[in-house]
Design a protein around this ligand. Structure first.
Ligand code: NDP
Length: 315
């Protein structure tokens, strides 16, 4: 099927805090942005509950509500918000080409990439099968369901340590599954998990299988030093082993680091391709906060606006 073609001055891909903030600024600058939401409108914040660290909410807010508000604000200034997934790009010309769901071609003078990052999984069949039935990548979203129960969390970074501490307050027992004999997490977080009585560290341990038919009932592990295999009875299995940037379709066009995070010129949102800007978690593996994503979305819109002023814009 031939793709229909449409032109815009500003195409924004992604609908987390970065994408919507870019949209608010671009729309107010009269760039008439089109924003494609991707498959998870609102992004990662839609799978969290309370957000207590976004400035301006003295009593906190909820992730999904915050994303609804951001969307409404972007629309209020005229952003054309559409459901759809960017599936292919061609950044070889001065006007950039982005295909949406393979059926539509958007030609854009500027492109703001705000596609975010997704949680990594271990890759076990049982993990996929029991996802949503005791397996989760978000302790803050789902920990509530495991109050008073025994759970496991995989990972040794700051996220795993933070989530283990969070779960320890709700659950009876938390097994922290670490593949090496040390944590990657910061000293402060290490101190916290190592001194929480109901967190039990399982060092040098690999998960072999998550057990359960309809829901998680346990997991089988292997000690990588001794080779010993053992099981634990648990009802929740949390995975906190990092994130992967959603940058696959830009490979070959944009400079990226070894983990696929898009590289921007420090202090800007500019990529190596003129007129293409990146903001939010797809270019930030360090801070990964709603407020930093929103700030970088603002930068991207301002960079795009300045770039647009320097090029000929077709009528
Ligand atoms: P990290 O990449 O820092 O840590 C991932 C952890 O998962 C590591 O311990 C890693 O082990 C382990 N891991 C990776 N793959 C597997 C696997 N297949 N099986 C078992 N274990 C695995 O990710 P985080 O999400 O924890 O943190 C990302 C960034 O965000 C970091 O810079 C972190 O400091 C920051 N952050 C900061 C917070 C804060 O300051 N409050 C809170 C949360 C995150 P190994 O160590 O062996 O590689």
């Amino acid at each position: 099927m031939e793709a229909t073609t449409e032109y815009t001055d500003c195409l924004i891909i992604g609908s987390g805090p970065a994408g919507y903030t870019a949209a608010i600024y671009a729309a107010r600058a009269d760039m008439k942005p089109i924003l494609y939401t991707g498959m998870q409108p609102g992004g990662q914040l839609t799978i969290t509950t309370e957000v207590d660290n976004f400035p301006g909410y003295p009593n906190g807010t909820h992730g999904p509500k915050m994303m609804e508000d951001l969307e409404a604000q972007a629309k209020r200034f005229g952003t054309d918000v559409r459901f759809g997934m960017a599936t292919k790009v061609d950044f070889s010309g001065s006007v950039h080409k982005v295909w949406i769901d393979e059926t539509k071609l958007i030609e854009a003078q500027t492109v703001v990439i705000a596609t975010g990052a997704s949680a990594k999984w271990l890759g076990l069949e049982s993990e996929q099968r029991l996802n949503g039935f005791g397996v989760s990548a978000c302790a803050v979203c789902d920990g509530f369901f495991f109050r008073g129960q025994d759970v496991a969390i995989v990972g040794g970074g700051d996220t795993a340590a933070e989530e283990a501490s969070y779960l320890a307050k709700l659950c009876n027992k938390v097994y922290m599954i670490v593949r090496r004999d040390e944590l990657r997490a910061s000293k402060a977080m290490q101190h916290r998990v190592l001194n929480t009585p109901n967190i039990e560290m399982l060092w040098s341990t690999e998960t072999l299988e998550i057990e359960g038919g309809q829901a998680v009932t346990g997991a089988r592990f292997k000690n990588l030093k001794t080779g010993e295999e053992f099981s634990k009875t648990i009802t929740g299995f949390f995975v906190a082993i990092g994130h992967t940037p959603n940058s696959g379709i830009f490979k070959g066009w944009l400079d990226m680091d070894e983990n696929g995070y898009i590289q921007t010129i420090p202090g800007t949102s500019k990529t190596n391709v003129k007129g293409v800007f990146a903001c939010g978690d797809v270019q930030d593996h360090v801070y990964r906060q709603a407020v930093t994503a929103a700030g970088s979305g603002c930068m991207a819109a301002l960079d795009a606006e300045r770039y647009l002023a320097t090029v000929h814009v077709p009528a």
